[in-house]
Write a protein that binds this ligand. Structure first.
Ligand code: MG
Length: 159
């Protein structure tokens, strides 16, 4: 049976933090605020994979009150989501995601992000889609107060 899941995440852009998206550190005067590395793209994909399993979200598996995940690279969250698929006797088919960011330009980093996400999930890079769009200067994303990401995942499960 094919199952699909959806994921969404958003983090605030603040001074004094690194900007990490898809496991890539992007040169930018601000970074995403959060308990882990605040990689909104990886978090959205993680929730999409967990959602396809009917599981609880990333916060259930990795509470932001747990000091183990402070500053953690979000790669470990994706690795755990992929492990959950395997535990259920399933197989990840593909993931697809969109980053919504006014600044900086994401496009030059898409290939590296795709490779990082594919590696963490044990997928071939061609099974990982990542796009980026601005928010046309509207709303909190348009004002560069935060960056959001949306994702879907498809998982084949025994039932
Ligand atoms: Mg998050």
């Amino acid at each position: 049976m094919n199952h699909v899941g959806i994921g969404y995440d958003v983090h605030a852009l603040v001074a004094g933090r690194k900007l990490v998206l898809g496991g890539v550190e992007l040169p930018h005067p601000k970074g995403l605020d959060g308990h882990s590395d605040a990689d909104a793209l990886m978090h959205a994909i993680c929730d999409a994979v967990l959602g396809a399993l009917g599981e609880s979200d990333i916060g259930h598996f990795f509470p932001n009150t747990d000091p183990r995940w402070k500053g953690a690279p979000s790669r470990v969250f994706l690795e755990e989501a992929a492990r959950q698929v395997t535990l259920r006797g399933g197989r990840l088919i593909n993931v697809d995601a969109t980053v919504v960011a006014q600044q900086p330009k994401i496009a030059p980093h898409l290939a590296a992000m795709k490779q990082n996400i594919a590696t963490a999930l044990g997928l071939e890079p061609r099974r990982v889609g990542i796009k980026a769009t601005t928010n046309e200067h509207m709303g909190f994303i348009g004002r560069e107060e935060g960056i959001a990401a949306l994702a879907v995942a498809s998982v084949e499960l025994p039932e």
